[in-house]
Design a protein around this ligand. Structure first.
Ligand code: SF4
Length: 703
C-alpha cells in the first residue's frame, strides 16, 4: 500500500494505492484537506495507470506525417542537436520552454534551471500564467507575498461568514465543501457567480445568499461593497491605521460607487449590495470580539480577466477594510486550481522569477541563486516574456523557433486556440513531454513519454502552501522516463554548467538551498519529515523545529500574524478603478470546469466513466434565451465570434442569466471553448481574458 495524493487539483486529497494483478486499486485516505473523501475524478484516477493509450516510447514525426518509435539516445541526441543549431543560427532565445502547474516541485525547479543554464534562454513561462497569475499579482501587491491560502484550509471549518467570489468548489473540488458545512449551516455562505453554480446553490440551501452579477463586473461589485463599508463607517479603523497604508486613495476611488449606481452596472440589486457589506462588517466585528472568523475567498471566475489583478486587489481591499488579513478573525485567500499550482509558481518556471520567488532582475537575487547553482550570475539570462506573448511569438521573425512543452496542453487551454495552433505549426521543432498523446503532443515533431503521478517520487505544494510527498506506487510502462532524467541527459549533451540530478530527493535538497532566505523559503523542510507526513507550510527557514506528531503544524501555517511582507510590515491598500458603463452586450460567454474533468481534459477524457458522464462540450443556456434563438434542448449550436466557432449541445438551464451562456473548456476539436476566448491580457499579471467574450448563437438546423 502506498500513501500518496490525487494527481489532479490543488486540494491534493490523500489517496492510498494498492497494486494488484487485476489492476491498481485506489481509495481515499484521511488527510486534512479531504478527510478521506474523493471526488469522481480522484476515485477513478487509477484508470490513468495501465491505460491502453499510455505513451511508452519516444515517437518521432516522419516525412509522411506519421509518428515512428525512436530510441532514447536518438531522441535526446536530436533534441540537443536541434537546440544547438537553432541557438547558433538565431541566438539562445530562439529556443523556448513551456512548463506547468501540474509538475512536481523538483521538476518545476529543474525546468527553470535547465532553461537558464542548459539552453541559456530567457524564454520560459508556464500554464500557471492562465491560472493563478492575477491572484499572485494581487496578493504580492497587497501583502508583498503570494501564498494561495495564507492559513490552513481547516480554519474555514469554524467560519461564521465566507464571501466566495468566482469559485465553484462544489464541482471543481467537491471535498472542499466539507470545510463549508458549518458556515453554510450558519447561513453565512455568500457566493458571487454569474451562474447559479452548484456552490451558489449550497449557499442558498444554507440560508446564505447568491449574488449573480453581469459577467465581468466583479470589480465594480467589489468597489460597491467597499463604498458601503466606508460610507456607513463599518471599517475597522484601528486595524487600518496600525496595519495598512493607502486608505485615503481608496476612499476617493470608491466614492462614486454607491449601491444604486453599482447595481446599474452589475445587475446586483442595491439592497443586496448593502445587505452583503453590512453582514460582512457585522460578522467581522463579532469575530474580533471572540466570535467565529470571516473570510473572503476568490477563484478563477473573478481572476481570469484582463483586469484580474485589479479585481483581486479590490477583494483584498474589502478584506483589509474589515480588518481581516493577518489576524485570527479571518482573512483573504485564493483557491489554487492546478495540482501544484502553488509550488509550480515558486521555483523558477515563471519568466520573471528564480527559485524561492526571487526576482530574476534583482542582482542580489541572481547572485544567491547563481551560488546555489554553482555558476556565475552573469550567465543567468534576464526576464523573459509571459505565456500569451511567448506562444504568439513562436515562429515569428525574431521569435522562438523551437519549443519544449512539459505537462501542458496549450492548444486546448490557451486563449484564442486557432492562433496557438498556427503558432505551433510555425516552429522548426516542437518537443512535447507527456504521458498521453495530448492535442499539443499530436502537433509535435518529437514526443517524449514521461512518468505520471503514481510512478514518480517528488513533492507537491498544495493550496495551503503545505509541502506533500508524491510517491511511486507502480512501475512505469515501457520506456517512459522521469523528466528529471530527460533534463539531466540533455544537460549533459548540451555541456550545461552546473549539475542536473535525476533524483528527486537530491533536486529537493538543491531547491531548498536555492530558496533559502527567499519569500518561499523551503530550507528548513526535510524530505524525511515530509515523507513521514509532517504538516509543513512554507516559509520554513533552516533550523525550524519540525514535529511529525499528527495535528502539529510546522513552518508558517498562518502568514502575516505580526507583519505583512512589505518592508514596512504593512499591507498596501491600492486604489483601483473601473468603468461605470459597459459596452452594449448581446450574449456573454463564460467558461469554466465540470465536475468530471480536469484542465484540458487530456487525462480525464481518457477515463471511461468520466467521459461517459461528460462526453462533449455542452452549452448551458437559459430556456428563454434558447427560445429567443430557436434553440431546443440537446440541439447542437454554433457559438461564434470574430475569433472562431465552437460547436456544443444545448443544455437548457434556468441557473443561467438571460444574457449569459457557459461552456466548459475541457474539450478538443470543434468543442474547444478557447477558440472563442480573448487573448487580451492583464497589464500586471499577463492573465488573458478567459472569462468573458461576446458570442452569437446559431442552432444547427436539422438536429
Ligand atoms: Fe480531491 Fe481534487 Fe483529486 Fe477531486 S480532483 S479527489 S478534489 S484532489
Amino acid at each position: 500500500m502506498t500513501a500518496t495524493h490525487c494527481p489532479y487539483c490543488a486540494l491534493q486529497c490523500g489517496i492510498t494505492l494498492e497494486p494488484a494483478d487485476s489492476g491498481t486499486t485506489l481509495s481515499g485516505r484521511d488527510f486534512e484537506t479531504n478527510g478521506g473523501a474523493l471526488c469522481r475524478k480522484g476515485f477513478s484516477a487509477a484508470k490513468l495507470l495501465e491505460h491502453p493509450q499510455r505513451l511508452d516510447t519516444p515517437m518521432l514525426r516522419q516525412a509522411d506525417g506519421s509518428f515512428a518509435p525512436a530510441s532514447w539516445d536518438d531522441a535526446l541526441d536530436l533534441v540537443a542537436e536541434k537546440a544547438r543549431s537553432i541557438r547558433a543560427e538565431s541566438g539562445a532565445d530562439a529556443v523556448a520552454m513551456f512548463g506547468s502547474g501540474s509538475l512536481t516541485n523538483e521538476k518545476a525547479y529543474q525546468l527553470g534551471k535547465f532553461a537558464r543554464l542548459a539552453l541559456g534562454t530567457s524564454r520560459i513561462d508556464y500554464n500557471g500564467r492562465f491560472c493563478m497569475s492575477s491572484a499572485a499579482a494581487g496578493s504580492n501587491r497587497a501583502f508583498g507575498l503570494d501564498r494561495g491560502l495564507p492559513f490552513p484550509l481547516a480554519d474555514l471549518d469554524t467560519a461564521s461568514m465566507i464571501l466566495m467570489l468566482g469559485s465553484n468548489v462544489a464541482d471543481t473540488m467537491p471535498p472542499f465543501v466539507r470545510h463549508l458545512e458549518t458556515v453554510r449551516k450558519r447561513g453565512g455562505l455568500i457566493v458571487v457567480d454569474p451562474r447559479r453554480s452548484a456552490t451558489a446553490k449550497l449557499s442558498a440551501e444554507g440560508a446564505g445568499w447568491h449574488l449573480q452579477p453581469t459577467p465581468s463586473t466583479d470589480l465594480q461589485l467589489l468597489l460597491g461593497l467597499a463604498h458601503v463599508v466606508l460610507a456607513e463607517s463599518l471599517a475597522d479603523t484601528g486595524y487600518l491605521k496600525a496595519r495598512t497604508t493607502g486608505l485615503e486613495a481608496l476612499r476617493s476611488s470608491v466614492a462614486a460607487w454607491w449601491p444604486e449606481r453599482t447595481a446599474k452596472v452589475t445587475g446586483v440589486p442595491a439592497e443586496a449590495i448593502r445587505r452583503t457589506a453590512r453582514a460582512l462588517a457585522a460578522a467581522a466585528r463579532a469575530a474580533k470580539n471572540g466570535g467565529h472568523p470571516v473570510y473572503i475567498l476568490t477563484g478563477r471566475g473573478i481572476e481570469q480577466h484582463a483586469n484580474g489583478t485589479d479585481t483581486v486587489t479590490a477583494a483584498i481591499n474589502l478584506a483589509l477594510l474589515l480588518g481581516l488579513p493577518g489576524t485570527l478573525a479571518g482573512g483573504y485567500g485564493t483557491i489554487t486550481g492546478q495540482g501544484n499550482g502553488q509550488g509550480g509558481r515558486e521555483h523558477g518556471q515563471k519568466c520573471d522569477q528564480l527559485p524561492g520567488y526571487r526576482k530574476i532582475a534583482d542582482p542580489a537575487h541572481r547572485a544567491h541563486v547563481a551560488k546555489a547553482w554553482g555558476v556565475d550570475p552573469g550567465i543567468i539570462p534576464g526576464p523573459g516574456i509571459p505565456a500569451v506573448e511567448l506562444l504568439n511569438a513562436l515562429g515569428t521573425e525574431g521569435g522562438p523557433r523551437m519549443l519544449m512543452v512539459h505537462g501542458a496542453n496549450p492548444v486546448i487551454s490557451a486563449p484564442d486556440a486557432t492562433r496557438i495552433f498556427s503558432a505551433l505549426r510555425r516552429l522548426d521543432f516542437l518537443v512535447v513531454c507527456d504521458f498521453f498523446l495530448s492535442e499539443t503532443a499530436a502537433e509535435a515533431d518529437l514526443v517524449l513519454p514521461v512518468l505520471q503521478w503514481a510512478e514518480e517520487e517528488g513533492t507537491m505544494t498544495n493550496l495551503e502552501g503545505r509541502i506533500l510527498r508524491r510517491r511511486a506506487a507502480v512501475a512505469a510502462p515501457g520506456q517512459a522516463k522521469s523528466e528529471l532524467w530527460i533534463l539531466s541527459q540533455l544537460a549533459d549533451r548540451l555541456d550545461a554548467p552546473g549539475t542536473f540530478s535525476s533524483d528527486a530527493a537530491e533536486v529537493f535538497e538543491e531547491l531548498k538551498r536555492a530558496s533559502a532566505g527567499g519569500i518561499a523559503d523551503y530550507s528548513g523542510v526535510n524530505w524525511q519529515d515530509v515523507d513521514q507526513g509532517a504538516a509543513i507550510y512554507w516559509p520554513c527557514p533552516e533550523g525550524s523545529a519540525i514535529s511529525t506528531e499528527p495535528g502539529t503544524r510546522n513552518g508558517t501555517p498562518r502568514l502575516f500574524l505580526e507583519n505583512f511582507a512589505h518592508p514596512d510590515g504593512k499591507a498596501k491598500i491600492v486604489a483601483v478603478h473601473a468603468p461605470a458603463t459597459l459596452p452594449a452586450q448581446q450574449i456573454s460567454l463564460v467558461t469554466g470546469r465540470l465536475l468530471e474533468h480536469y484542465q484540458s481534459g487530456a487525462q480525464t477524457r481518457r477515463v471511461d466513466e468520466l467521459a461517459a458522464a461528460a462526453p462533449e462540450a455542452a452549452l448551458e443556456i437559459h430556456p428563454s434565451t434558447a427560445l429567443a434563438h430557436q434553440i431546443s434542448d440537446g440541439q447542437r449550436v454554433e457559438v461564434s465570434n470574430q475569433r472562431g466557432t465552437t460547436i456544443a449541445r444545448a443544455n437548457l438551464s434556468s441557473d443561467m442569466r438571460l444574457d449569459t451562456v457557459f461552456l466548459p473548456f475541457h474539450f478538443p476539436g470543434t468543442g474547444t471553448a478557447n477558440l472563442l476566448t480573448d487573448p487580451r491580457v492583464d497589464p500586471v499579471s499577463s492573465m488573458p481574458e478567459f472569462k468573458h467574450a461576446q458570442v452569437s448563437l446559431n442552432p444547427i438546423k436539422g438536429e
